[in-house]
Design a protein around this ligand. Sequence first.
Ligand SMILES: C[S@@+](CC[C@H](N)C(=O)[O-])C[C@H]1O[C@@H](n2cnc3c(N)ncnc32)[C@H](O)[C@@H]1O
Length: 226
Amino acid sequence: MELTQVVPWGRSFDEYCRMFRLTEADHTRTILGCGDGPAAFQATARALGWSVVSCDPIYRHPPDAIRQRIAATRTEILGQITARREQYVWDEIRDVAHLEAVRMSAMESFLADYEAGYGTPRYRDAELPQLPFAADAFELAVCSHLLFLYSTQLDRATHLAAIAELLRVAAEVRIFPLIALDGTMSPHLAAVLEWAQSQSVDATIVPVDYHFQRGADAMLRLQRRG
Ligand SMILES: C[S@@+](CC[C@H](N)C(=O)[O-])C[C@H]1O[C@@H](n2cnc3c(N)ncnc32)[C@H](O)[C@@H]1O
C-alpha cells in the first residue's frame, strides 16, 4: 500500500482501552492490534509491559516517510472534521484544537516507538484479509476505525473474509466502531452477525464508555465457540 493512499490519524492507548473495554487484567493476554497505523496503542502497551503485536500495511514504510505523511495530511484532516463538527461529541475532547493536540500527542508517541520498533515483530507489515500469523497466535485481536467504518471502501465480502481471518489468528475479536464514515450503522453489520451465527461464533454488541463520533458507542465482540 502506498502512503499516499493513507490518511494517518492515530488514537491513544487510553482511547483503545475505552473502545475495547480493556482493563489491567488484559495485560497478560497476547493481543493483536490490526490496522493500528499511527496509533499509540503499541507504544504505551509496551511501556506498560503488555504483550501486543501491531499490524498495518503502512509498516512497510520507514518512520520518516510516515512522519512526513502525517505532517502533509494533518491540516486537511482537521479541515474535514471542522466542516463536519456536528457529527462529533465535543465533551471530553473539547474542540478541534484540543483534538489536534490529543491526536498529535498519540502519533508522536507512535513515531518515537516506531523509530525503535520499525522492522521488528512488534510492527508487522500486514493487510487484511490475509495475515502472516499462525492459527491462534493471539488470544485477542482488536480492530479500531477500519472495519465497518470504511464500509464503502471495503465491501461485504471483504468484511466477512477479514473477520474470518481475524478469528483464525485469535479466538476473540473486538471491532469498533460499528458505524460507517457517514455516521449511519454499517450496512455490513447485519451480514456479519448472520455469518457469525452460521459459523459457531458468538457475536455480541457491547456498549462502551467512549463517545466521540456520534452514534459510535458500541463495539462488536466475536468469540469462537469451543
Ligand atoms: C483510520 S486508521 C485507524 C488507525 C488506528 N487503528 C486508530 O484507531 O487510531 C485505519 C488504518 O487501517 C489501515 N488499513 C487500511 N487497510 C487495511 C487492511 N486491509 N488491513 C489492515 N490495515 C489496514 C490503514 O493503513 C490505517 O493505518
